[in-house]
Design a protein around this ligand. Sequence first.
Ligand SMILES: Nc1nc2c(ncn2[C@@H]2O[C@H](COP(=O)(O)OP(=O)(O)OP(=O)(O)O)[C@@H](O)[C@H]2O)c(=O)[nH]1
Ligand SMILES: [Mg+2]
Length: 432
Amino acid sequence: MPLTKDNETEKSGVRRAALVGIYDGQTVTSDMCERLEDELECLAFTAGAEVVFRLTQSRDAPDNKTYIGKGKLAELSELCEKNEVDLVIFDDELSPSQIRNIEDGLPDGVDVIDRSMLILDIFALHAVTGEGKLQVELAQLRYSAPRLAGHGEEMSRQGAVGGNPIGTRGPGETKLERDRRRMRARIAALEAELSELERTRQTMRAARERSGAVRVSIVGYTNAGKSTLLNLLTNAGILAEDKLFATLDPTTRKYKLPSGSEILLTDTVGFIRKLPHHLIRAFRSTLEEAANADIILIIIDASDPEYKEHIAVTENILLSLGAEGKPVLYVFNKCDLPASSLPRVEAGKEAVYISALTGRGTENLLAALERIVRSARRVTTFLFPSTDVRMLSRLYGSGGEVVETEYLPDGSVRVTATVDEATRGQLSRFIV
Ligand SMILES: Nc1nc2c(ncn2[C@@H]2O[C@H](COP(=O)(O)OP(=O)(O)OP(=O)(O)O)[C@@H](O)[C@H]2O)c(=O)[nH]1
Ligand SMILES: [Mg+2]
């Protein structure tokens, strides 16, 4: 992909990049734009590029043809020439025609990529497991399919002349058509392979659910410290580093809370603003697994001035994955670092303050978690033998929601309901 391309810069391994963004002055102020570009620079750095300069333009909306205005594009072209830049990164997803138009306005040999492509590149660099690699490849193909350049469309189609030669698409097919067909075939193959893997994972998930341990997922903005926290608690040995999207594959570890109850903690892929929808789609099953936990820990980098935006992005992605109504604990991390002010959450939400690096504050995190585990409701199936059917009233009286009731021929009753830990404890001998 672009950041490790075959030109002279490959010798040093680093491409010289420029960042381009626009801000409207209202939803995004120039101050905020600066910080958003810091984030883009981090992404570029993570992907192996060196940012030489940044260019921003204040305008209400992107230009249809060239994203930035014509004059600005000319300025960008000059700056690229002067600074020997060979890669320009735009902070938004560009349309295929915008990419072409911008490239036409820049010196030869300068590549244009957008934020989505940059994030896809990072995912491709960081994917480790087979499933992660397949998910990234699928997202990349879906992203590039509509962007395949139209070169060759004008090629002759002799083979197609005089009817439709069944099974001999070869000579009549342009290179573009062939590329598109291959892409479609590869996409279909990847989808099939991934759904097979997903089935295996569902079986494992079902086994975990039967184990009765409460599932707690650690989610949050990329680089917030999710993996560091799981490592701190469970010595999971996951790679945690100051790079964006260090983790792509979920890791689950058992953890015993001080009171003795066992939970399953899962660390998963991080979120970011404008996370390409192709990635969300390709990683949907991974993300849904995180969102489907019994309890969600949202980890936030408390030292980041954009922390509120990070919370909003995280909450929105969780909502889109169907996690509404789950118990959430907000965990402000990196409290060992200086922050401009003590970050807070809205009234009614619960927050703790920790440093996953030094371990400070973990006792508060665990105490809060214990409380939530005790009150968290979980879907549980009970089987009451005919002799104990009266115990049903205790279940109904617990305030949980009954999902399904089944009266079996032998007089026993099987009930699936969402119940809290206390009720689970009282009725534990009936749990299936
Ligand atoms: N100062 C400080 N640094 C921390 C703390 N927690 C994590 N870090 C650092 O922040 C960086 C990111 O940590 P990770 O645990 O990889 O973050 P993550 O949320 O798993 O990130 P992704 O997997 O990339 O989404 C690493 O360099 C950590 O050492 C903390 O409490 N204090
Ligand atoms: Mg991580």
